[in-house]
Every structure is written in structure tokens, then in C-alpha cells.
Design a protein around this ligand. Structure first.
Ligand code: XAN
Ligand code: ZN
Length: 434
């Protein structure tokens, strides 16, 4: 049966960094989204018009609540789901002291199955309906993550986190075991709609050239796979990469020489990338994920969005749990705003909303599926309500336009404001009980 979801409908039609921001943002007062029985969007518009045209549709009335597209998290670590907010380190020290011990726990499959359900639930509960995720080093745990996403309705791109250097032995693969185990998981994801595989070499310091060779072989053999890794996050990390790869011109060149860079590559952080690296990223059309909360938490530095955008590098936003402290992209967007203020770049409602939704979908080649409310896309959306937050209601009442209200939402959203998440037209938060 068709359904009409009523509320204030807001989304971004196209990239406001290349088009006019005014024209890219659509806010439909007294709006409606029409979805078919397969969870695809059939139409959007004023509710009176759509109700008159579809008198047989079931009505789901959210009153004055806001309906925004499901968010896209471009970088988050599953096995760090319980490792957020470890006190007092920078990147390399933090990995050894806080992260690797936490990731070892995922060797226990029973533990990992429960953690996977909670992790997926947590993302959906924060309004994320699509995520690019670093999986566990352990195949059963990563399989559990895919399974949880399939059951609970999260569109998931993920893969085994691959390392063969400089970590506890149980977290390491050999190049051969990495190849064999990735292949098994790729075969599984190929059969399941909504699941995609990302070959995931952790970063240059944890992968030998032989391990990176395996990664290249996998993306050559399975060209639909993504590749995700980290780059230029921290100055000590960059020095260590220089020392380990003296033949490379720079950090990016380590990956470029190994043939790992393409439009299906997502590079997290890029806080300290040089002009030469950015030019090369643009040439190779790699995507870059901005994770401001993580960068500030680990004292890594502040990502410069303008330097990436002026080269037309596609940028998406990630929470980077567990270095990040937000599980929600909506909260992360307020950190994006603050981080870019430091470079005197002020991001309005259209640009912020774009970065959390359509930019992610475009960067991940999923814009035919999600990212806004265009006809034919999956009905992925969140319902935001200020009902229980009287101070925020008063703040919204003082805005002079819906656009100002949206900007306030994008800076003041808290998880308690999220009333519901729909993925493919299915209510996933709160979960439908049979
Ligand atoms: O933020 C980060 N989180 C990680 O787990 C990681 N591994 C390498 N580099 C990293 N950066
Ligand atoms: Zn990360």
C-alpha cells in the first residue's frame, strides 16, 4: 500500500557548492512524501495536493516535525563501538593503548554478534541509514556486522580491517589469509542487496607492501568493491610514513604506487595533505572523509574543506567512532560548521545538510539510491521533533524563516530529538514490533 508521510520536508536537490545554495535547498511547509509498497519515493510536495491525488494512501502524520533524508556516515569503526572517549592520547599512542585492546575483544564471536546489533541500532537511532564502516579484523565479527545491517535495515559498506604490522599478533592477517577471507565476504555481500564490500587496509603503517598488493588484487578482481583507508591525520604519523616508505614522494604516493587510488577510494582525514597530494587526489578522483570531532579529540588538526573543494574533490562526513565522540552525523555537522569557521568558511543550512546526506551518497556512488527525496530513491528519512525540548522550541520560534530553523536544527540536534528513522520505507527506529 502507498503511504503518505506528512511533516516539514527538507532536503538538498544538488550540490550547493557548485550551484546556487538558495536553489539547491528545498523546504516544503505542510509537506508530504509519497512512498510505494517497496519503500521507494513516488513523489514529494504539498500535503493537500498529494492527499487529493492519492486518496487511497495510508497517512502517517508527523504534524510539524521535520522529515530529513537519512544521513550518510562516511567513516566509522565497528570494533571501536565501546572505545569512544579514551582519555589523553594522540593517534599513534591511542591506537596502541586504547584501540587495539578494544578491537581484540571482537575475536569472541558471541560478543561480536551482540556488539554488531547494538552498533547498527545505534547508527539508525542517530538517523544514519547508510554507512561506510571499518569492520573487525575477525571474519565472524565482520560477517555479524553485515548480518545485523541486513536484518535491521542499514545500507552498509564494510570490510575486514587489514593489518600485518605493528599490532598485537591476533589482530594481524597474512596477505594470503587477508585475500582468502576478503573473498569469502565479498561473495556474501554480492548476493545481498544493500550490502557492499570495502577493501580496508587500515593505513600505511599497518600494511606491508605485500598486504597492499593483496588489496590491489582484490579491487582489480572485484571492481565494484570500494577501498577505504586513512591518510595524513597526524604529524607523527606522517613522519613515520616518510621513514617507512623513503621512496614515496609523500603519504598519498604510498597508496598511489600500490595502485589503491580510484573514484571508489575513500581516504579518511586528509588534515595535513599538501597541495601536491590534493592535486593528485583530484586527478585520481578519490573521495575524502572529513571527521572533525575525531580530529579535535585526538588533537590531529583541522581539516581544510575549501582546499579540497577548490579542486573539486568530493568530500563526505564521518563520525569516526571511536576517535570521534558523536554517533550521529547530525551532531557531527555542528562540528563541521565549527571546524570550518576556523578557516573563515561559513556553511549555511544547504551546505551543511548536503555534506551529511547527498554528498555522502554521491561520494559513495549511491546517489541513485539515497541522499535526498528524488523520485525513485529509497524512502530513507528521519523524523525530528522538538516536542520534549522546550528551550529548543523557543529557539526555533525566534527564527525568521524555515531555513533559519533548519540551520538551528543542524547545529543543535541532540539524539533525544529523533522521533523515528525510516529505511527503505520501513520503520527501523523505533523498531516495528510484530
Ligand atoms: O582515527 C583513526 N582511527 C583509527 O582506528 C586509525 N587507524 C589508523 N589511523 C587511524 N585513525
Ligand atoms: Zn578512522
Amino acid at each position: 500500500m502507498k503511504r503518505l508521510f506528512l511533516g516539514i520536508v527538507a532536503h538538498v536537490l544538488e550540490n550547493p557548492f557548485t550551484g546556487s545554495a538558495e536553489d539547491c535547498l528545498e523546504i516544503i511547509e505542510d509537506g508530504a512524501l509519497l512512498a510505494d509498497e517497496h519503500g521507494k519515493i513516488l513523489a514529494r510536495g504539498p500535503k493537500q495536493t498529494l492527499m487529493a491525488a492519492h486518496p487511497d494512501a495510508e497517512i502517517v502524520d508527523f504534524g510539524d516535525d521535520w522529515l530529513l533524508p537519512g544521513f550518510v556516515d562516511g567513516h566509522v569503526h565497528f570494533p571501536q563501538v565501546y572505545a569512544t572517549a579514551a582519555y589523553g592520547h594522540h593517534l599513534l599512542d591511542w591506537l596502541q593503548t586504547s584501540v587495539f585492546p578494544a578491537e581484540l575483544a571482537f575475536a569472541d564471536e558471541a560478543f561480536a554478534v551482540v556488539a554488531a546489533r547494538r552498533f547498527v541500532h545505534q547508527l539508525l537511532r542517530m538517523g544514519t541509514t547508510t554507512a561506510l564502516v571499518f569492520g573487525s579484523q575477525f571474519t565472524p565479527a565482520t560477517r555479524a556486522l553485515f548480518e545485523a545491517a541486513r536484518q535491521q535495515g542499514l545500507r552498509l559498506i564494510s570490510g575486514l580491517t587489514l593489518m600485518d604490522l605493528d599490532a598485537p599478533a591476533r589482530l594481524l592477517h597474512t596477505p594470503q589469509s587477508a585475500y582468502d577471507e576478503c573473498r569469502q565476504l565479498i561473495r556474501m555481500t554480492e548476493k545481498t542487496p544493500g550490502l557492499y564490500y570495502a577493501v580496508t587496509p587500515r593505513f600505511a603503517l599497518s600494511c606491508s607492501p605485500a598486504m597492499m598488493d593483496v588489496c590491489r588484487s582484490l579491487i582489480e578482481e572485484f571492481p565494484d568493491c570500494y577501498l577505504q583507508t586513512h591518510i595524513n591525520e597526524n604529524l607523527d604519523e606522517i613522519e613515520a610514513v616518510k621513514a617507512s616508505f623513503p621512496e614515496a614522494h609523500n603519504y598519498l604516493d604510498v597508496y598511489a604506487r600500490q595502485g589503491l587510488l580510484s573514484p571508489r577510494t575513500v581516504l579518511a582525514h586528509s588534515v595535513h595533505s599538501t597541495d601536491a597530494e590534493l592535486d593528485r587526489m583530484a586527478e585520481l578522483d578519490c573521495r575524502v572523509c572529513h571527521c572533525p570531532a575525531s580530529n579535535m579529540y585526538l588533537g590531529s588538526g583541522i581539516f581544510n574543506l575549501a582546499r579540497h573543494l577548490e579542486r573539486r574533490i568530493q568530500v563526505l562526513v564521518g563520525t569516526d567512532i571511536g576517535a570521534g565522540t558523536n554517533f550521529s552525523i547530525l551532531e557531527e555537522l555542528s562540528d563541521v560548521y565549527k571546524a570550518q569557521q576556523m578557516y573563515d568558511m561559513r556553511l549555511g543550512a544547504a551546505k551543511l545538510l548536503y555534506l551529511g546526506t547527498l554528498a555522502g551518497a554521491e561520494a559513495l556512488h549511491l546517489a541513485g539510491e539515497t541522499g535526498n527525496f528524488a523520485e525513485g530513491k529509497s524512502a530513507d528519512f528521519v523524523v525530528l521533533s522538538s516536542q520534549t525540548d522546550l528551550c529548543f522550541q523557543e529557539r526555533l520560534a525566534r527564527c525568521t524563516s524555515r531555513k533559519d530553523q533548519l540551520f538551528a536544527w543542524l547545529n543543535m540536534f541532540r539524539p533525544s530529538h529523533l522521533r523515528a528513522t525510516y529505511s527503505g520505507g520501513r520503520l527501523v527506529i523505533p523498531e516495528e514490533r510484530p
